[in-house]
Design a protein around this ligand. Structure first.
Ligand code: SF4
Ligand code: SF4
Length: 169
């Protein structure tokens, strides 16, 4: 079976490894950082406009893949809700001794609440691990795109990208 975003809608590991929007392992160790998992050359650039620190470049032509400048990214998370493709996440690798914080866009009901334990899923929505909801931001200016942060076991922070809707209703 063919893999990759063109065939499945989900970026493959190879596509993510080659993506200029994914931070280096060294940058990930340094603190919270954006993961721009945008691997298709589409005409789009709100992420570039959204970042107040100039940490995302699309440039010309507008179909360039977004580039993350890890040295400029403060991990503020402002870009997450501004991506119409729901392709931007944030990972704080060393949130505690054993856990990481993963932040993702979420457009489903019901919205979780702070303190909920939720089943977390990977990019396909398949269950990975339970997580603790640390925050839910649903700013009016974000057009219904909430940003949910979940604390998860560190070993799965590069897999968790959503809440499993099959298990969470
Ligand atoms: S997390 Fe903040 S600083 Fe980093 S790319 Fe997004 S908007 Fe820019
Ligand atoms: S806004 Fe989202 S979909 Fe558009 S270029 Fe940026 S990361 Fe890709």
């Amino acid at each position: 079976m063919k893999s990759g975003v063109r065939y499945t809608g989900i970026p493959s590991e190879e596509e993510l490894r080659a993506s200029p929007g994914v931070p280096s392992p060294e940058r990930l160790e340094q603190g919270p950082v954006a993961f721009i998992e945008c691997v298709q050359e589409i005409p789009c650039n709100p992420c570039e406009e959204a970042c107040p620190f100039g940490a995302i470049t699309v440039g010309e032509p507008i179909t360039n893949l977004p580039v993350l400048h890890g040295d400029k990214c403060t991990g503020c998370g402002v870009c997450i809700a501004q991506c119409p493709g729901l392709a931007i996440f944030k990972v704080h690798l060393r949130y505690t001794e054993t856990t990481s914080l993963v932040e993702f866009p979420y457009e489903y009901c019901p919205l979780p609440r702070k303190g909920d334990r939720v089943p977390c899923g990977d990019r396909k929505g398949d269950y990975v691990a339970d997580g603790l909801v640390v925050s839910v931001k649903n700013a009016r200016g974000n057009d219904g795109t909430a940003v949910v942060a979940v604390e998860v076991p560190r070993a799965c922070c590069l897999e968790v990208r959503t809440i499993c809707r099959k298990e969470y209703r």
